[in-house]
Design a protein around this ligand. Structure first.
Ligand code: FE2
Length: 352
């Protein structure tokens, strides 16, 4: 496992130079989080340490939490599987209080591995719909990431309307797809297995492969490939288009086709979060998660153009422009359980 950088949060209070050096040493050594408060105490309850597979826009959100509560946040980024391996290796010595993933299967796999402790919180069960959190309280979705059909507005007038239609021969040589090793691909296929049955899911994914897709391991690069004319149709998360439209080009020549609107609905993946089983600061961890699901929910979801998970929170303006849709929230809890079957299916049909 490659070493992962530990990002220190800017302390809220003025520190002496020696306190700063002590904190830096603690961060580099990976020892349990301690607070560098100016009164010289090392009260761990004023720091929460987060391992996060969700990278985009988290720092300002954590800053806002600190401003609201006085609790500092330290965070380490990595891929979801890397962070899970790290938690397993660290065991009861982990400095991590919270793990945040970019994929539903990966938070469920962390729970299954015994890495997460159940959280009892009326705030969380009130804010997050039942379908978007673990039955046992080990994890909670904080935002929804829709993985949908996206297509060239310049060359495609009649896009596919279902995941199955992406395998229609008319898209032969015109697809870009994310590789099978990526959790987004695995969770989409897991949802197909749940909704269509294993046999039909295999037929659908095999038909994508038969269209000889170009495999690109970046959703942004897949959308750019469409804009550049290298492919015409892809399966990608909506927030990548939201980001390109907002930060780069309001007329970026890619549009969304909401899939399976007469069936199970568009595939929903999530950013999700749980408190680690060995958390040095479980109370601070719970407070962070509760804040992200309530007061911080708008900022958290907007920071990455994701759809909010909490009831009653509106999506960002650019997402309103993507239109109304039917979402497959019902599959989210099943994606971890079906991950191994999805990985097997992808290998069976020769999906790279
Ligand atoms: Fe992503």
């Amino acid at each position: 496992m490659s070493p992962l950088p530990l990002h220190r949060r800017a302390p809220r209070r003025v520190l002496t130079l020696s306190a700063v050096l002590a904190l830096t040493a603690a961060a580099c050594g990976g020892s349990p989080a301690t607070d560098g408060s100016s009164d010289g105490s090392s009260d761990a309850t004023s720091v929460v340490t987060v391992y996060t597979g969700r990278h985009y826009g988290i720092e300002p959100v954590f800053d806002a939490f600190t401003a609201a509560t006085g609790i500092d946040v330290r965070f380490t980024t990595g891929s979801d599987p890397e962070l899970r391996e790290r938690l397993l290796a660290e065991g009861s010595n982990t400095p991590a209080d919270v793990v945040m993933t970019a994929d539903a299967a990966n938070i469920a796999l962390a729970a299954e591995a015994g890495l997460l402790a159940p959280v009892v919180s009326d705030t969380l069960t009130g804010a997050i719909p039942e379908e978007l959190r673990a039955a046992d309280g080990t994890w909670f979705a904080l935002s929804r990431r829709l993985r949908v059909i996206q297509y060239s507005t310049e060359r495609v007038m009649d896009p596919p309307t279902t995941y199955a239609e992406v395998g229609d021969p008319r898209w032969s040589g015109r697809l870009c797809l994310r590789p099978s090793t990526h959790p987004y691909t695995q969770s989409l296929v897991a949802a197909l297995i749940r909704n269509e049955g294993a046999q039909e899911a295999e037929r659908i994914v095999a038909s994508w492969v038969a269209n000889d897709p170009v495999y690109i391991n970046s959703d942004t690069d897949m959308l750019r490939a469409i804009a550049n004319g290298d492919c015409d149709v892809t399966l990608a998360n909506t927030y990548y288009l939201g980001r390109l439209r907002t930060l780069e080009d309001p007329a970026f020549p890619v549009a969304i086709a909401w899939p399976d609107q007469a069936g199970a609905g568009a595939h929903v993946n999530v950013s999700a979060v749980g408190v680690t089983a060995a958390a040095p600061n479980p109370d601070g961890a719970r407070r962070l998660i509760e804040w992200l699901a309530t007061d911080g929910q708008q900022e958290f979801s907007d920071a990455n153009f994701e759809y909010p998970a909490a009831v009653g929170v509106a999506p960002a303006e650019v997402l309103v422009g993507f239109g109304e849709f039917v979402a497959d929230d019902a599959s989210v809890r099943e994606l971890g359980r079906l991950n191994a079957a999805a990985v097997d299916l992808l290998a069976t049909v020769g999906y790279e």
